[in-house]
Design a protein around this ligand. Structure first.
Ligand code: 9UX
Length: 69
């Protein structure tokens, strides 16, 4: 299992945090996601054979947030 921290901009409340967490955890290959509103980032544990960091960013963007590289 690999771990990556991705930037997540645009979250303004705990509901946003839950949304981003759910979006990330819904991706096959994502084992866990810890999202911080204050730090504006998500720490994700994932299987690199099943999911890419780019697809995580795309999923966050599709949910209405920004995930800058
Ligand atoms: Mo809070 Mo975030 O009411 O999309 S859930 S602003």
């Amino acid at each position: 299992m690999d771990e990556v921290t991705i930037k997540v901009e645009g979250m303004t409340c705990g509901g946003c945090v839950r949304s981003v967490t759910g979006v990330l955890k819904g991706l096959p290959g994502v084992e866990d996601a810890q999202v911080s509103l204050e730090a504006r980032e998500a720490r994700v544990s994932f299987d690199p054979a099943r999911v890419t960091v780019d697809s995580m960013r795309a999923a966050v963007e599709n949910a209405g947030f920004d995930a800058p590289a």
